[in-house]
Write a protein that binds this ligand. Sequence first.
Ligand code: 3HC
Length: 379
Amino acid sequence: MSIKNITVLGSGIMGHGIAQVSAMADYKVVLRDIEQKFLDKAMEKIRWSLQKLAEKNKITVEEVDIFYNNITPLVDLQTAIHEADLIIEAVPEDFNLKKKVYQELNSLAEKNIIFASNTSTLPITELSSLTDRPDKFIGVHFFNPPQLMKLVEVIPGTRTDAKVTQEVTNYINKINKRPVVCNKDVSGFIVNRVFIPLVHEALFSMERDHVSKEVIDSAVKFKLEFPMGIFELADYTGLDVIHKASYEMNLRDKSVLLPHPKIKEKYDNQNLGQKSGSGFYEYKGDNYERIDLTMEKASEYDPYSIIGVAANNASWLIENQVCSIEDLNVALRLGMGLKMDIFDIFKKIGPSHVIGKLLELESKYGSFYHPNQYLYSIK
Ligand code: 3HC
């Protein structure tokens, strides 16, 4: 079979973006949410985004309407999945909520429909066992914003049929994204295993080294060549997403990150970042906005612990054969917007400084900072 009709469940930041990029590759898409007002907001954002792409000549003015009309927003679940070949679930990152969604889908969806989850951190094999079709279940992890980010991690569970992995990989290629297959269903997959711990580490660095978030973010942007500062990226991604991802990752694997309490505090206070007008920084509205970071501020700080944690988790992925170095580099360049390969940044900053910093942190704060063997082989 080949995929023609797609239903996206959840019209939030990820869901509406996935619907849009699928519609832009001429798929017929149904976007489903539990209330009409969420769908109205999502369709407004899709129109804004398509117009933005037309302004930049990435699509034509005529295509704005064509692509927009490829999407049908619907509330009724049964009708929404009626013609689907592939259902992409992009509801909030909460295991119990996803469980409820899959229970409902089991009773409504025809047996041949593939289920894909856009989960960023929940184990695919565990989610697949909530369904009546673990062989037709797969992870497709898009990045924020799906309209601009090229990467999609494809994560087969232990029971996923190889034909389904192929079929879904073809779909990802067709929507003009770059699939990277994550060979093992590990906590955080590839990119989040590197990215999420950095938000916690940036908070620890701020406290331990008595520097401001603007200085850390400037150093990350200008010295580590990240496209955004870590706090800026966290606000952009959403502190609800960061908190839930951190919680789920930490629940299953204590070695991935060292949780900083500020993330949960921000989440509890609904300081969710750009979407709520305030996170680590303050924002004027919920539209795209950048923080003013400078080279001058960058010169005040050496982010050794931040690159140390990133390179160390990247080393873990290589040592454990989750992906090849080539795929790791593609994933981090396209999924986090890194301008250089992670181990090249590590080399540029200085392996002896960075490993020295990790060892110092290990002696003070424990085994989370223990450098993986692979790091020592990078010269
Ligand atoms: N559709 C169309 N256009 C959009 C858009 C959208 N949805 N969102 C933003 N834009 C536009 C902006 O309005 C802006 O337009 P302008 O030029 O007219 O002002 C333009 O795109 C971006 O302009 P910038 O000069 O700010 O562009 P950059 O070169 O910095 O690129 C970026 C923007 C691609 C977002 C880049 O900053 C980047 O790569 N950031 C990192 C993002 C990232 O790492 N995301 C992953 C987060 S982790 C994740 O998602 C995983 C999850 O599981 C947690």
